[in-house]
Design a protein around this ligand. Structure first.
Ligand SMILES: Nc1ncnc2c1ncn2[C@@H]1O[C@H](COP(=O)(O)OP(=O)(O)OP(=O)(O)O)[C@@H](O)[C@H]1O
Length: 261
């Protein structure tokens, strides 16, 4: 995945400002930054939900503007907001997605069973999703986004609102599945532990700009011998002017946390 000068403006606001980024095949790459830094806007341009104001990007070899259909076929996306239907069972949710992704009919049962097994949800396959815990919902959403075996998986704050045990389970299962499938993963997170545990490399964004890029070890070493990623975040990415984020950002974060219980 390559972005060159990728820019998105909303009126006078430049949400993403000439972003140059290269994510290697099968890499786990983290986008970090304060509320409103431009992480979700970057993802939305890469997955073709939002046209760039300027610049270009290629995902899985396809141009996000000229070859949007190719990009869409090659990616999976786990958004911040709920992407499963609570009034259906886990199996039924995956079944709907298997049709949307045009998985051949004779492969569907096996593919769904494999996806549930990979996320340790076999015993809950025929349970209504509204009865699931937040962690189970998240694991189902990842199974759903991986059902068609995408080349690149995008996850927007994969464990926001989950308790520490549920978070660890999501990390473990997600890591297992993407390693097994050879998937490239691009995730956004506010959770520095998540970035350290999962990511091969991270990029820090501040007010739409890329301000630091490297492996967690490289970035922490650049700060000092006892530094952690949180110190790197404070040094590079924390927005001193709007440290608590805007109303819109806080409202969205609360909604996300709330719906995951
Ligand atoms: N559709 C929109 N219309 C106007 N402004 C927007 C829109 N979407 C995002 N923005 C603004 O663009 C900036 C970047 O937002 P974005 O959602 O990309 O940030 P983020 O880093 O993902 O934040 P968070 O961590 O809160 O999810 C913010 O100032 C936001 O208010």
């Amino acid at each position: 995945m390559i972005a060159k000068g990728l820019t998105r403006r909303f009126g006078a606001l430049t949400a993403v400002d000439h972003l140059d980024l290269e994510v290697r095949s099968q890499e786990v790459f983290g986008l970090l930054g304060a509320n409103g830094a431009g992480k979700t806007t970057t993802i939305k341009m890469l997955i073709t939900l939002l046209p760039p104001s300027h610049g270009t990007a290629r995902v899985a070899g396809f141009d996000v503007t000229a070859q949007a259909a190719g990009v869409r076929r090659s990616i999976g996306y786990v958004p911040q907001m709920l992407s499963t239907d609570g009034s259906l069972t886990a199996w039924e949710n995956l079944s709907v997605f298997s049709r949307l992704y045009h998985i051949p009919r004779r492969q569907r049962r096996q593919r769904i069973a494999q996806a549930l097994a990979a996320m340790d949800l076999e015993s809950a396959a025929h349970q209504m999703v509204r009865e699931f815990s937040g962690g189970m919902v998240r694991r189902l959403e990842i199974a759903q986004a991986m059902l068609h075996r995408p080349t690149v998986l995008f996850c927007d704050e994969p464990t926001a609102g989950l308790d520490p045990a549920a978070r660890r389970r999501v990390w473990q299962q997600m890591r297992g599945l993407i390693a097994q499938e050879g998937t490239t993963l691009l995730l956004t997170t506010h959770d520095m532990e998540e970035a350290e545990v999962l990511c091969d490399r991270v990029a820090m964004m501040r007010r739409g700009l890329l301000v630091a890029l490297g492996t967690p070890d490289e970035l922490t070493a650049s700060i000092g011998p006892d530094a952690g990623l949180e110190d790197v975040f404070v040094a590079y990415a924390k927005d001193q002017g709007e440290a608590e984020g805007r109303f819109r950002d806080v409202a969205r974060t609360r909604r996300t946390a709330c719906r995951r219980g």
